[in-house]
Design a protein around this ligand. Structure first.
Ligand code: PLP
Length: 421
């Protein structure tokens, strides 16, 4: 049988960066069959105290016939569970210091789905585009556009903090904003670089959005108030021009597929309607597990006292290992590690591309993500930018032994690649 696919079908039948990444991750972690050292995906760590909290909540849920029947046996309204939304509205109002109502909240099947809805609902027609004011940006956005060239990315300014440390900053003087800019979007902390845009940068982005009457999308998958994988001083940002997304995934619940959109009521009604059309309702489990923990302060406490210090210590340890294993006379440099679960290594002037380096590392049993995948939709004049092919994203969320061995092999391979030139 020959099956003719529509342009929608053809677009999704092609391999995608995020598809390959999640397949690698799934093979390595979900099946448990791979002996690859997994420094590639964005899976959260299994933090014992956090895992124990979910286990206790599961036990309580299973012991309560009525609650269990409701979670397993009933479709929630497409906006999300009313009790959960009420609790979350109270929690976020307190955290942001300004009122967040139920009319500002919608649940989705993971934050990934929320972005698919939002990008395509906000741009795509008449050349309207979503602008990423800084790149590299999250690989998972790259293929989400249904129409034409949905995204446009701006180059960062690169600040060298010392011989082996740098930081990306938004280049406000050269932002390609124009009539076609339908929304701005940033992840904060940024996946892949571990950058945390400063409060000053967020203020400037918010005022650009306000002046132009367009939304500022903030992807808060790793941010504040939960899971709180932020290692610098940074205030959470939300105002009436902001559409903020949160997720239960990096709290340790990616399997529940629970994303949260915080935004104006018009956007919330739209997301609810998309939920109904695309999937009828959301997964109830994550909301049921966490609702009492948002209400009694446990999520806030876990984020501040367990999750943040855990990832900060992992970040510091991984960074120290890599810095001592890579020879100081080579021109490699690491992005300052300010949040999320990743080190972002730039192998400046490396004679091979990061894609080739990724292949060599895979052959040595280490899985990372080549940097090319995070520099999508750059304007034509910047596609030859060498920096695009010099970077690797390295996750430090796995067990210490895996991270240590993976980084040791990686340092050896990078050194060889430089020395063989
Ligand atoms: N946004 C960023 C920056 C991410 O890193 C991820 C997952 O890795 C997502 C969104 C999607 O998260 P979710 O599991 O909620 O779909």
């Amino acid at each position: 049988m020959s099956i003719d696919l529509s342009s929608f079908g053809q677009w999704y039948a092609r391999p995608s960066g995020i598809g390959d990444l999640m397949d690698d991750l799934g093979q390595a972690l979900a099946t448990g069959r791979s002996d690859l050292l997994m420094l590639g995906g964005g899976n959260p760590a299994l933090i014992p105290e956090v895992v124990a909290t979910w286990k206790r909540r599961m036990e309580t849920l299973v012991a309560d016939d009525q609650a269990l029947a409701r979670v397993l046996g009933i479709y929630d309204p497409p906006q999300g569970n009313p009790g959960f939304l009420e609790t979350l509205a109270g929690f976020l109002s307190q955290e942001y210091g300004r009122p967040v109502g139920v009319e500002n909240l919608a649940i989705t099947h993971g934050a990934q789905t929320a972005f698919y809805y939002l990008f395509n609902a906000l741009a795509g027609e008449n050349g309207n585009q979503i602008l990423f004011p800084i790149t590299p940006e999250y690989i998972g956005y790259a293929e989400q556009g249904l129409q034409g060239r949905l995204f446009r990315s701006a180059l960062p300014r690169i600040e060298e903090l010392d011989d082996h440390t740098f930081k990306y900053r938004i280049d406000f003087e050269n932002l390609p904003l124009d009539e076609g800019t339908a929304a701005l979007c940033v992840s904060r902390p940024t996946n892949p670089s571990g950058n945390v845009l400063t409060d000053g940068e967020m203020e400037r982005l918010a005022s650009l959005a306000r002046e132009r009457g367009i939304p500022l999308l903030i992807d808060n998958a790793y941010g504040l108030p939960f899971p709180g994988a932020v290692f610098t001083q940074a205030a959470p940002h939300w105002d009436e021009h902001t559409i903020l997304t949160l997720s239960l995934s990096k709290l340790g619940l990616p399997g529940t597929r629970t994303g949260i959109v915080v935004g104006p009521p018009k956007i919330i009604r739209l997301v609810s309607s998309l939920n109904a059309v695309v999937g009828l309702a959301n997964n109830n489990l994550g909301q049921a597990l966490t609702q009492p923990l948002f209400a009694d302060g446990t999520i806030a406490r876990l984020s501040r006292e367990i999750i943040q210090p855990y990832y900060r210590a992992k970040a510091e340890a991984a960074s120290a290992i890599l810095r001592s294993a890579l020879p100081g006379d080579l021109p490699w440099t690491l992005h300052s590690s300010e949040g999320a679960f990743f080190l972002w290594l730039r192998c400046r002037d490396l004679p091979i591309s990061s894609q080739a380096l990724y292949q060599r590392l895979k052959a040595r049993g280490v899985l990372v993500v080549p940097g090319e995948s995070f520099f999508y939709n750059l304007p034509r004049e910047h596609r030859a930018w060498r920096h695009r092919k010099e970077c690797l994203r390295i996750s430090f969320a796995m067990e210490d032994a895996v991270v240590e061995e993976g980084l040791a092999r990686l340092a050896k391979e990078v050194t060889n690649a430089y020395r063989q030139a």
